[in-house]
Design a protein around this ligand. Structure first.
Ligand code: SF4
Ligand code: SF4
Length: 158
């Protein structure tokens, strides 16, 4: 009969709603058990897994020095042309020509985070960072120069 079916359906809906509300109320009073985190509210406390890869970066020390020799091994190892190493020749105090990096251009929008460039680098000059908020309106902003302006190679790195 129609009315019986209607009452059954309403009863089913109320039961289901109560079950959901019970779970909601439980977590409302048991905050510590909540696993799901609310991003971006948790930005300051967010802990990413060690193996998370966000982008390739080139660390510099406090004297604005990096470890890149401009050998281009990373560029050759990259399977999709994400890295372009532009080199120049510097003159050493002894008057000799020495290859140096001018710009290491990195196209984040192409990077698959495979890590092959980092493995290939003989000088430990690049690494993966865990930064991940990369959304931009202008795609060109995803093309980055990894070496800082006016930076130079660290003493002793060949
Ligand atoms: S992580 Fe992979 S895709 Fe990205 S720059 Fe390095 S080699 Fe290329
Ligand atoms: S980052 Fe490493 S592999 Fe790439 S050019 Fe510099 S030294 Fe060579």
């Amino acid at each position: 009969m129609f009315i019986t079916r209607y009452i059954k359906e309403v009863w089913g809906a109320v039961k289901s709603l109560t079950t959901g509300m019970k779970r909601t109320l439980y977590y409302f009073t048991h905050h510590k058990e909540i696993i799901t985190e609310q991003y971006p509210d948790n930005r300051d406390t967010l802990v990413l897994p060690d193996r998370f890869k966000g982008e390739v970066v080139m660390p510099h020390n406090e004297s604005n020095e990096h470890r890149c020799t401009g050998c281009t091994a990373c560029e050759l190892a990259c399977p999709n042309g994400t890295i372009k190493v532009i080199t120049r020749f510097d003159i050493t105090p002894e008057g000799k020509k020495k290859k140096a990096i001018d710009k290491l251009v990195y196209h984040l929008e192409l990077c698959t985070m495979c890590g092959l460039c980092i493995e290939a680098c003989p000088s430990d000059a690049i690494k993966m960072a865990q930064t991940f908020e990369h959304s931009v309106f202008d795609r060109n902003k995803l093309t980055k120069v990894l070496n800082n302006p006016d930076s130079k190679i660290m003493e002793g790195v060949e």
